[in-house]
Design a protein around this ligand. Structure first.
Ligand code: GLN
Ligand code: ZN
Length: 753
């Protein structure tokens, strides 16, 4: 019997080999055969890496995305791709689009930063089984003498994440899709005498509807009866499973239930309900990069055996390791003590093995004993390190409690309108301007030490100067400095803060070939020097127009970093708020009149469970307000958010009490804005009037129409006119004419009144 298991493993490769192979293929540098060869090499390597664990995942590898693989496996290819014959061309066209096909929609996988391809279903979707990838990867793993566990996205999760492109409902397809899953399991059962199959059902940690619960029951009642050779695991992660859903699963003939004890601690309360099932106990954090406390985890598992007998407990990760980097082995710049506190995927495998041995009272060899001792020491050093704990800061934060500005919005806005003297339909941008290759070269020359700090800063200043000039020529009302000093809106701030560390190779897949390298927030956060002051005041010195200062908000910095797990997230958010509070103070003292605090990732930090949302909203809003409450009443606070659907959180957004919010609406259409009118949203708002994610230059006419439509919803006094996000990914040839047209459209509208 297996004693441990891995829910999934990163597929991008130790050094992003998959990324480079994919991009070489897409640009025609390698052919299909070469791409498939590198993919195979990568798969074999990752299987070998995992061979110390009893159950090793197969079919969690993907050339782009495992949801997309499911679409292919189920034959659910949208009709609009029917003209493409070659399988790989079809696959990448669905993922990325091509000249004649728009890509399928992509969205965030639960509350992670991984994006999956959204299945498009309609009344005419025909399903047929295509098991070749699964069969191939199973056989491939067998040749290595490994016990493969086949990973498949569960039916309920698949349908729940699908969208309908007509008036049908994804659940209407239930019977048909279940039929395909049955057929698939019959195929799998023919592969071997015993096969483990893991159904990923993270949807079960959300608040399921009655309909979803019924489908959950029907699915696993049926699938668990197909063959005695199959050992089925229903794997959940990211939060806890309610008692009723556990009972539903426990009533079926599945072999095991996977529960996350790291992000769903409540799971401990319902353990009795799993009956005679095996428990895949997620005890090693698959979403964060800190070492486990091996002895205490083994102790926790021992606790579990009061309810579930030891033979039925399988030691595992809390979720797929897809969400953490591959290996620590390339990190040779990070402080050695900080490195001791870190554990990436390969290191987590080691932890799983050690925890399993300790838990099962197996004899440890010397090297294992040594590893456990080292782990214990590292945990102690982390608990006590002065690098992490700053008692002076804790003292200061005790009195950092003012979350309200001195005047209400209604009173502030009058003062601001006078001080800033802007007309209705004020035009502005979201902050960044094109990051050109010239800029990238400048940055990399500086990083490599090829040019001095002086030369680098002079280069940035020249870009700011140019950018201010262009904005003045275009005729924008409120200007920005362009954010040329930032490669990334979180990393830039992290680099200037005590308490942050950076990896060289800590890449995590975001989607397809795209990876992000989140900074590590390891300790108490303090600001060493002002972070943005010199750039913004320089920009302001060049013009009589108002220049808006740009900061990234506390919640976004938090949500886009790997954060500490030794204190609550809200405590870290408060530290970040303090840092930003001080920065805002410096900016306003230097005469900056508008400050934008971006909260691009505010929404993605929401917990999955309804019952936990309130708490998040409370501290997230509070940290934004702590950061901004020190602004003088005449200083206008803006915020920006990168999404459009505010229906469920409009009151929360209002409670943040920013004077102006700019949002991303251009792609979603105006319907979505009605909520601002219906709820009588108080503050001013800039709904992005064109889509910056596309290279297309919108015409004056089209933007005039859009502004008119917005005026149906908002009074002109409250309305700002801006693009829907930062312009850093665009080219100047696109940005300048687009903004000119935007300003022109505003002129036309203003002249009508
Ligand atoms: N101020 C940032 C920019 O303009 C905002 C980016 C974002 O919303 N993701 O790039
Ligand atoms: Zn944005």
């Amino acid at each position: 019997m297996p004693k441990n298991s891995i829910i999934g493993f990163p597929r991008i490769g130790k050094q992003r080999e998959l990324k480079f192979a994919l991009e070489a293929f897409w640009t025609g540098k390698i052919n299909k055969g070469e791409l498939l060869k590198s993919a195979e090499e990568l798969r074999l390597k990752r299987l070998k890496h995992q061979s110390s664990v009893d159950l090793v995942s197969v079919n969690d590898f993907s050339l782009y995305d495992t949801m997309l693989d499911m679409i292919v496996m189920l034959g659910a290819i949208p009709q609009r791709f029917a003209d493409i014959k070659d399988d790989l061309t079809l696959y990448f066209a669905m993922a990325r689009g091509d000249k004649t096909h728009t890509a399928m929609e992509m969205t965030k996988w639960f509350n992670t930063n991984y994006h999956y391809i959204v299945p498009e279903l309609s009344k005419s979707t025909r399903f047929f089984l295509n098991p070749s990838k699964i069969v191939h990867e199973y056989k491939e793993a067998k040749t290595l003498g490994i016990t493969p566990k086949i990973n498949i996205i569960g039916l309920l999760t698949f349908l729940s994440l699908s969208k309908s492109v007509d008036e049908s409902n994804p659940y209407e397809h239930f019977e048909k899709v279940l039929g395909i899953y049955e057929e698939l399991l019959n195929t799998i059962a023919a592969l071997d005498d015993e096969v483990f199959v893991q159904f990923d059902e993270p949807i079960v940690v959300m608040d399921l509807t009655e309909e979803q619960k019924t489908l959950l029951r029907l699915t696993y009642e049926k699938l668990s009866k197909i063959s005695p050779k199959l050992k089925l695991i229903v794997q959940t992660y990211f939060d806890y499973v309610d008692k009723e859903s556990i009972e539903i699963l426990a009533d079926t003939d599945i072999w095991g239930i996977g529960l996350d004890f790291v992000h769903g601690k409540e799971n401990i309360e319902n353990l009795k309900s799993i009956n005679d099932k095996h428990l895949i106990a997620g005890v090693v954090d698959g979403r964060n990069i800190w070492i486990s406390d091996i002895k205490s985890v083994a102790g926790f598992l021992e606790e579990i055996t009061k309810t579930v007998s030891k033979e039925r407990v399988i030691v595992s990760t809390s979720c797929s390791l897809l969400h953490v980097p591959y290996s620590l082995c390339y990190e040779n710049k990070i402080d050695t003590d900080i490195k001791e506190w870190l554990s990436f995927s390969l290191e987590k495998l080691d932890e799983i093995v050690l925890i399993t041995k300790l838990f099962n009272n197996q004899v440890l060899n010397n090297s294992e004993k040594f590893k456990i001792e080292t782990n214990e020491k590292a945990n102690i050093s982390r608990k006590n390190s002065p690098k992490i704990h700053n008692s002076a800061l804790s003292e200061k934060l005790k009195s950092f409690t003012n979350i309200s500005r001195s005047l209400s919005f209604k009173e502030r806005i009058k003062i601001q309108k006078k001080a800033l003297n802007y007309q209705p339909l004020a035009t502005t941008t979201i902050g960044s301007f094109p990051q050109t290759s010239e800029l990238r070269n400048l940055r990399s020359a500086f990083k490599k030490g090829e040019i001095s700090l002086e030369l680098y800063e002079e280069g940035i200043k020249n870009l700011i100067k140019e950018c201010i000039k262009i904005q003045e020529t275009i005729g924008l009302d409120i200007l920005v400095h362009g954010e040329f000093e930032r490669n990334d809106m979180v990393e830039y701030f992290g680099e200037q803060l005590e308490g942050y560390a950076f990896t060289q190779n800590g890449w995590v897949q975001s989607y397809g070939s795209r990876c992000v390298k989140p900074p590590l927030l390891f300790g108490d956060i303090t600001r060493i020097n002002p972070m943005t002051l010199k750039w913004i005041t320089y920009a302001q010195s060049l013009t009589d127009k108002v220049v808006k200062g740009m900061l990234t908000g506390p919640v976004t910095i938090l949500n886009w970093s790997f954060v500490r797990n030794d204190i609550p997230r809200e405590q870290t958010a408060k530290q970040l708020a303090f840092v930003l509070h001080n920065e805002i103070e410096d900016l306003q003292n230097a005469g900056i009149k508008i400050i934008q605090v971006d909260e691009a990732a505010f929404k993605e930090g929401y917990p999955l469970r309804e019952s936990k949302k309130r708490n998040y909203e409370t501290w997230a809003v509070e940290s934004f307000k702590l950061a901004t409450s020190g602004a003088k009443e005449s200083v206008q606070i803006h915020t920006h958010m990168c999404y459009s659907n505010f229906n469920d959180i409009i009151k929360t957004i209002e409670a943040m009490d920013a004077d102006v919010i700019s949002i991303e609406t251009a792609r979603a259409g105006n319907k979505i804005l009605k909520i601002f009118k219906e709820t009588d949203y108080g503050q001013e708002i800039g709904p992005g009037i064109y889509d910056i994610h596309s290279p297309r230059i919108p015409s004056i006419e089209e933007m005039t129409v859009q502004i008119k439509a917005l005026l149906e919803i908002f009074p002109k006094e409250k309305l700002w006119i801006n693009p829907d996000c930062g312009l850093k990914t665009r080219k100047w040839e696109e940005v300048t004419p687009s903004l000119k047209n935007m300003v022109e459209a505003v002129k036309i509208i203003r002249s009508l009144k």
